[in-house]
Design a protein around this ligand. Structure first.
Ligand SMILES: Cc1cc2nc3c(=O)[nH]c(=O)nc-3n(C[C@H](O)[C@H](O)[C@H](O)COP(=O)(O)OP(=O)(O)OC[C@H]3O[C@@H](n4cnc5c(N)ncnc54)[C@H](O)[C@@H]3O)c2cc1C
Length: 185
């Protein structure tokens, strides 16, 4: 059983997966690479002067897989359950369980609504600054939480915040995911 299931493979979902997998949390991402990023030409992602959205997605997917995230090219049909044991049902009929859910469904957060989270067309799904929702263990990131603020770097930041929150809960203290360059010989 993965510890975290991420639904959505745009910048929000992949960023959450990167931070979690890099810190040895078992994370599985569901999505079919149908993100709006394929229509974007990014010139506003700090640190990357310009890149086609499709190329960004390829790098991001490889980066998350490279640190151990499992990406599954499947659609999730239904989610249910509560903190500690969520159930995720796939189109194929397969069912999986996870301790946490990170929902990064983009502009139409059907599954979040299915869980009972209220969606406002203008404001999206209410979350705190760590992407926590009113349901313990359920995080909503990116466009679903900020429909009027749809930018790749904001979604990626939300995903990172959700992941660091989960890492901190699991560790029992605040976690900083900091790396340093190799020391000169
Ligand atoms: C024409 C165009 C140009 C743009 N240009 C820019 C730009 O220059 N700069 C910029 O910052 N942003 C740009 N954007 C916006 C950018 O693409 C979005 O902000 C970004 O994609 C949002 O990321 P996200 O992770 O929140 O959601 P999304 O990227 O929408 O990802 C959601 C993913 O979840 C998947 N999903 C949903 N439900 C399920 C389910 N049940 N099971 C499995 N998978 C599911 C979807 O298929 C999708 O792949 C542009 C968008 C468009 C359309």
């Amino acid at each position: 059983m993965p510890t975290v299931i991420v639904i959505g493979d745009g910048p929000g979902g992949l960023s959450a997966a990167l931070f979690l997998a890099k810190n040895k949390i078992d994370v599985m991402v569901f999505g079919q690479d149908t993100t709006a990023m394929h229509y974007a030409q990014l010139r506003n992602y700090l640190g990357i002067p310009e890149i086609a959205g499709a190329e960004f997605q390829k790098i991001a997917r490889d980066q998350a897989i490279g640190v151990g995230a499992r990406l599954r090219n499947e659609r999730v049909d239904e989610i249910s359950g509560k903190q500690g044991k969520f159930q995720v049902s796939l189109e194929s009929g397969e069912r999986l369980h996870a301790k946490y859910l990170v929902l990064s469904e983009g502009k139409g957060p059907k599954l979040a609504k299915q869980l009972g989270l209220a969606f406002d067309e203008g404001k999206g799904i209410a979350t705190d600054r760590n992407a926590r929702t009113t349901l313990d263990g359920v995080y909503v990131v990116g466009r679903s939480a900020r429909p009027g603020r749809s930018q790749a770097i904001i979604s990626a930041g939300d995903g990172a915040a959700a992941a660091i929150d989960i890492l901190s809960i699991e560790a029992g203290h605040d976690v900083l995911d900091w790396d340093e360059p190799p020391k000169p010989a």
